[in-house]
Design a protein around this ligand. Structure first.
Ligand code: HEC
Length: 147
């Protein structure tokens, strides 16, 4: 009898802690990805400002930062993070995970490519559009809800 009680108690504690753990993790994951996207938006505007002022070296550092952030983002869309905590994701992410991950990887590698093409760019605005801003739109149009 004691044994059954102990077993039940153990199972109860196990489920309770697993549940608390996963709940917290989902919240943390969603918050982290939102904050990285917000940060990337601010950084992208700074890249634009710095590059327009000819401060290419400083702009390049931020491009690399953005590239790294995209790499981190790939891990922040697990199956259990589709809803809650004011997320604006669309279910299409999980229906097209390969395409989504590819867009994220492409956004990351475009920022690295930008560090080299920015030097001799004739049209700064068009170059930033092509290698930085177009990534946002191509992903949001399919994978982020209207907001
Ligand atoms: C490969 C896909 C992808 C790329 C590339 C991408 N985004 Fe997003 N973005 C998303 C998704 C998905 C969300 C919704 C995340 C959520 O709400 O959980 C989002 C959310 C955001 C948010 C809202 C964050 C918040 O606090 O809710 C901002 C701002 C944003 N993105 C800006 C950008 C900008 C600027 C770029 C380009 C420089 C960019 N994103 C590139 C997919 C992408």
């Amino acid at each position: 009898m004691t044994r059954i009680k102990n077993t039940l108690f153990f199972i109860f504690i196990l489920f309770y802690s697993l549940n608390a753990y996963s709940e917290q993790t989902v919240e943390e994951i969603i918050k982290e990805r939102k904050s990285i996207f917000s940060k990337n938006y601010k950084t992208a505007k700074r890249v634009q400002g710095l590059a327009s002022n000819g401060d290419i070296d400083e702009a390049k550092k931020l491009m690399i930062e953005m590239s790294d952030n995209y790499k981190r983002l790939i891990d922040l869309f697990p199956e259990n993070s589709k809803v809650g905590f004011k997320t604006e994701v669309l279910p299409s992410i999980w229906e097209n995970k390969d395409e989504f991950n590819l867009l994220m990887t492409k956004a990351s590698s475009n920022m690295i490519e930008l560090t080299s093409v920015i030097e001799g760019a004739d049209d700064m605005k068009a170059t930033l559009g092509k290698y930085m801003w177009s990534s946002c739109k191509s992903c949001h149009s399919k994978f982020r809800a209207e907001h």
